[in-house]
Design a protein around this ligand. Structure first.
Ligand SMILES: NC(=O)c1ccc[n+]([C@@H]2O[C@H](COP(=O)([O-])OP(=O)(O)OC[C@H]3O[C@@H](n4cnc5c(N)ncnc54)[C@H](OP(=O)(O)O)[C@@H]3O)[C@@H](O)[C@H]2O)c1
Length: 373
């Protein structure tokens, strides 16, 4: 096995990656994707308390993977090119330090390194941050916008699933300066129940949640500020966001609808908005591979229910894609943006793999070529 530690972009045939937290939703998906990756071998996968990998992750029976303890994985980080942290807030903070000191690069899915200023992390997530230097150093992990920072970085902080979806949906408008100031962008987003993580919660048990839609965190969502930061970092312009979320009646997938106030003088049509998005992301295969702008033409009359103009989360499940639909409500001068991702794919493990591809010089689509289910 040839390993590739140099952050110089030079491609080598195979790298070895550790997965910290391999029983969680995101960790299991990371293992699934890495098992199918042509240039990545899973060096070790950890669990705190579970003994058998294939019992904890029955979809990966036959993989031959076994768990090691959290401590053992980190002790062995010197044998790895990278470690992907799929752990709750507060764990990667110390784990990343240990992995980095042993020479492995780190992609963190948790919030630990998302805020360059740890005071903001502490305000939102509580507790004290013990690695302010690493938080300031971490590259922001939204691949489409920060490849140049991700490529040489030893520590990449992936945004969460809501933030990735919102930033891909809104950065084209933000970067073009076509958002009215004065009132915030309103985002209503539905996430599958897997977005809540693996912690047992009575309302999320199947018998209680099947058929339900569960609104939560309406009085101050912890990802609201992260969304603003991610869009500001990508567009270099300030934005204000008002966020409402709920868990929908499905296990995975994000359905995000944004209502964006347009400046008074603009008189956008849907076609003009489509042009803006297509030129931002590039058309088809010449542009961003994983961002698909739905440019189906409107065929019906006003108020006809044309479901095909906008994406559904079912279009992207199991893939690393973000599909975006756009429209304009001229009566209120608002752009309406719909964006969908698989919260465990592009929203978590898929983006981690995409970033590993960038960091180690592989084709960005390596191991991520599957279309939606
Ligand atoms: N779920 C999503 O849609 C999503 C999307 C984007 C980002 N994320 C982020 O990804 C991370 C994982 O999310 P998840 O939904 O997969 O969570 P989860 O289902 O609760 O899984 C957490 C994993 O971390 C391990 N773990 C828990 N406490 C630990 C500790 N103190 N030390 C070491 N390992 C520990 C667990 O291991 P054991 O089971 O063995 O205890 C489990 O494997 C979170 O930071 C989350 O914010 C999640």
């Amino acid at each position: 096995v040839t390993t590739a530690k140099a952050p110089d972009g030079a491609q080598s045939s195979t790298i070895r990656v550790g997965v910290l937290g391999g029983t969680g939703h995101a960790g299991r998906e990371a293992c699934r994707l890495l098992l199918g990756h042509p240039h990545i071998e899973i060096a070790a996968v950890s669990s705190l308390g579970r003994e058998r990998f294939e019992e904890a992750n029955p979809n990966l029976r036959g993989s031959g993977l076994v768990f090691v303890s959290h401590e053992e994985l980190l002790r062995r980080a010197g044998e790895m090119d990278a470690v992907v942290c799929c752990t709750p807030a507060g764990v990667a903070m110390t784990a990343a330090r240990e992995a980095l000191e042993r020479g492995a690069r780190v992609v963190d899915l948790s919030p630990d390194f998302r805020f360059p200023d740890v005071a903001e992390y502490e305000r939102i997530y509580g507790g004290s941050h013990v690695e302010a230097g690493l938080a300031a150093e971490a590259a922001p992990g939204l691949t489409e916008f920060h490849r140049d920072l991700i490529r040489p970085s030893r520590l990449v902080a992936n945004p969460g699933c809501y933030v990735i979806t919102a930033a891909l949906a809104l950065t084209p408008l933000a970067a073009s300066g076509t958002i009215a100031t004065g009132s915030p962008i309103f985002i209503a987003a539905l996430n599958g129940t897997s977005g809540a993580g693996g912690k047992a919660h009575d309302r999320l048990q199947h018998g209680n949640s099947f058929g339900a839609t569960l609104a939560y965190s309406l009085s101050g969502h912890r990802h609201r500020r992260e969304m603003e930061l991610a869009i500001e970092r990508a567009s270099l312009l300030p934005v204000a966001i008002d966020l409402s979320t709920a868990h929908g009646n499905f296990a995975r997938g994000i359905f995000l609808q944004a209502t964006v106030p347009l400046p008074m003088h603009t008189n956008f049509t849907r076609d003009e908005l489509l042009d803006l998005y297509r030129s931002f992301y590039g058309d088809g295969h010449r542009g961003e591979h994983f961002v698909v702008v739905n440019d189906a033409p409107r065929r019906g009359e006003r108020n006809d229910k044309e479901y095909g103009l906008y994406p559904s989360p079912t279009d992207v499940l199991g893939s690393n894609a973000c599909h975006i639909g756009v429209d304009v409500d001229r009566e209120v001068n608002r752009a309406k943006i719909v964006a969908v991702t698989d919260n465990l794919g592009k929203g978590a493990a898929g983006s981690a793999v995409q970033n590993l591809n960038v960091m180690f010089g592989f084709s960005e689509t390596s191991g991520l070529t599957a279309y939606g289910l």
